[in-house]
Write a protein that binds this ligand. Sequence first.
Ligand code: HEM
Length: 482
Amino acid sequence: MIMSKDLTTSEGQPWSDNQHSQTAGQRGPVLIQDYQLLEKLAHFNRERIPERVVHAKGSGAKGYFELTHDMSAYTKADLFNGKGKKTPLITRFSQVAGESGYPDTYRDVRGFAVKFYTQDGNYDIVGNNTPVFFINDPLKFPDFIHSQKRDPKTHTRSQDMQWDFWSHSPETLHQVTILMSDRGIPASYRTMHGYGSHTFKWVNDKGEQFFVKYHFRTNQGVHNMSNELAAKLCGDDPDYLQNELFNSIEEKDFPSWTLYVQVIPYEEGLNYKHDIFDVTKVVSQKDYPLMEVGQMVLNENPENYFEEMEELAFSPANLVPGIEPSADKVLQGRLFGYKDAARYRLGANYDQLKVNRPVNEVNNYHRDGFMSQGHDGSANYEPNSVNGPTEVPSAKTTPDQLAGETGHFKPYDTDNVSAAGELYRLFDEGEKERLVENIKNNLGQVKSRDIKVLEAKQFYQADPEYGESVATALGLSVDEIK
Ligand code: HEM
């Protein structure tokens, strides 16, 4: 009989020798009847799966969300109703462009993704550590990411490609300013804020609709890293942010964030001074102040990185009753992108993997496919007369009134510069100097003078002082960027 700790094959048979292949005589050759050897080599060949096409490098932890302020006036979502309610969750923090072995402290936007295991199914906020994004149309996403990743010829990262794309896509200006600021290299995943970035819709049990923006504000305070330390850590400890998060949780120094929302009444949102469906823009906190919602605490590390981080699949389409998408075009594109990516990366039944399973029962008529498990002989078709699961009419989404012609439209809000200028003017002198220095270190490497001029012109339009400082740092004349 097999005892606990006995070595076995994957089919549970006892395994007598894991150090020496079975051979014909002491000096070989190896026998094909050594099926343990064949199984071991064959399984090893299949250990790697496709990495995420973006956000491949990352790590995260588990914990809970505790509701400190009942939000039922604005949303019927279970996790935001009933002060004191605790909802288990898992997070993953990441960088955008690097591959899965990339150094953690490279300048990049950081992903901030949270999966809430609510009583009404999984709810994901798949955000970043920035309140805005580079582009405002999903059609541009693959081109944008190509420019961030490796050059097709040299297979190296390229400042030329990334600034070529940015300088010809002026809507990126706000996010580029954030990326080149101190926040481009967080000192720790624990010391950065997180944002849902898009505008989402909340609906209460009366059917009233509101637009919301999510803000996770770090309770550890925002801390960033100098370029010098970041460069040193790229060599000394490429997994620095991962180690730092893991070790702090092992040492029971649990990081936490306070979740706030900006709540915007539906009609006001539609008529706001900026297009609130444009993810390159923010909603002013002066107009809609932050309202506290609850606390997110991370108190448990994954037991197995592969099963809990690699097999973890987030999607902005994972919504629960009371939370709906807005018309934000980038969000709409993302509603397709992530589940499609998960099917490619993890397979058609990725949602049956342990980390992706909701805490409530799953009842539907999807069946079979690679690795399917957990189904019995119950009906696999609808309508049926054998007591199969039935629809939940109360879960239907709320209507929006739409009008207009179909077409390929440019964004109607073409102000790409004001927000970057406002942000620049919020920086103190030291922050402004470091921002310009970072732009010089990055844009300064670009071979094309035209790209430098084009980008500096946009900084100038955002704020003349900003543009002039960049021009001077790059050795351009101020006249040519005006
Ligand atoms: C049209 C725009 C976008 C598209 C098509 C897109 C697509 C994707 C894809 C395919 C993945 C990999 C998913 C996987 O393999 O599991 C991903 C990951 C991610 N994206 Fe996006 N993305 C877009 C914009 C954004 C924006 C605006 C944000 C933040 C506000 C964002 C945040 C993230 C995060 C945090 C991850 C990593 C999730 C994880 O940890 O598994 N993305 N994106």
